[in-house]
Design a protein around this ligand. Structure first.
Ligand code: NAD
Length: 291
């Protein structure tokens, strides 16, 4: 059984770690939240009280953390992963962060003989729970191949999309499409309801035609019910829209709709919805319409 350390047992990390236990890995987990670590131990994993404790003896180290500062602190900071990690270890960062932070981590890893992959995921909490995530990896082929058993345990589709940081660029494109789709589904709901037609029946029809999307398929009921429990928090999508717009600036391209989506996500935060699910963009569109 391969020894694996998993750091960051939140909405995504907890079910991913559990699925790795089920797939036969020996998983030692660490999180600032001791209750999350205890839950992993109940599910057959091992509890660690520190990063060093978690990665001791691990052949594979995984992080699933909120944003760039957390990854920098946990991986590169004092008492962090790279202080005690052994050369030859495979390090997989599933977090969604800036491509340049992933490149920085990969460079630091290379100095220590650590094999690094950025491997952000798509599929949401349900995808993590059901082990059907889509994984977009950046790094080298040999490391991607070595990570395949991990990817198979947590996901359905995994692709090596380019060198270090490339996974994050693909994830940025993913978040652009996801944010834009939520915004448009929200506008469709507001239009249907304000026009007095049966919004549920209308969305059912949309979901069967060219307007179909996973978001319409999976989230229309909870959106109609205004159930905005996360899921994926607005605060995290705000972080991701920042990555999208930075990447666009660096690539020298114009993303007019991306800017509008970023503004809607920003408005959601300003309205106190930072901890709500990103489907709460519906509330923002409703308020814009005085509803
Ligand atoms: P989350 O906030 O639920 O979980 C993050 C976990 O990291 C928390 O349990 C937190 O305690 C832990 N953590 C933070 N700092 C730490 C530290 N210094 N040491 C140890 N643990 C620490 O976030 P999430 O929703 O699981 O998202 C994680 C990442 O996955 C983010 O980058 C997010 O953008 C991405 N993502 C989320 C979803 C989703 O639907 N939630 C989908 C795809 C990708």
């Amino acid at each position: 059984m391969t020894d694996l350390a998993f750091i960051g047992l939140g909405i995504m990390g907890a079910p991913m770690a559990r699925n790795l236990v089920r797939a036969g890995f020996t998983v030692t987990g660490y999180d600032l939240d001791a209750a999350a670590v205890a839950r992993l131990a109940e599910d057959g994993g091992k509890a660690a009280g520190s990063i060093a404790d978690a990665i001791h003896g691990a052949e594979i180290v995984i992080t699933m953390l909120p944003a760039d500062p957390h990854v920098e602190a946990v991986v590169l900071g004092e008492g962090g992963v790279f202080e005690t990690i052994k050369p030859g270890t495979l390090f997989i960062d599933f977090s969604t962060i800036k491509p340049e932070t992933s490149q920085k981590v990969a460079e630091a890893g290379a100095h220590q003989g650590v094999r690094v992959l950025d491997a952000p995921v798509s599929g949401g909490e349900a995808g993590a729970v059901n082990a059907v995530l889509s994984i977009m990896a950046g790094g080298i082929r040999a490391d991607f191949d070595a990570a395949k058993p991990v990817f198979d345990a947590v996901g359905k589709v995994a692709a090596l999309v380019g060198p270090h940081g490339a996974g994050q660029v693909v994830k940025a494109a993913n978040q652009l499409v996801v944010g834009g789709t939520y915004a448009l589904v929200a506008e469709a709901i507001v239009l249907l309801e304000a026009s007095g037609v049966d919004a549920r029946a209308g969305l059912d029809v949309l979901a069967g035609g060219l307007a179909a999307s996973r978001i319409l398929e999976l989230k229309r009921e909870s959106m109609l019910a205004r159930d905005f429990r996360p899921g994926f928090r607005i605060d995290l999508h705000h972080k991701d829209m920042g990555i999208v717009l930075d990447a666009a600036r660096q690539a020298g391209v114009s993303l007019p709709f991306g800017h509008q989506v970023a503004a809607l996500v920003q408005a959601a935060r300003a309205q106190g919805l930072g901890d709500s699910d990103h489907s709460a963009l519906l509330s923002v569109v409703e308020r814009l319409s005085g509803r």
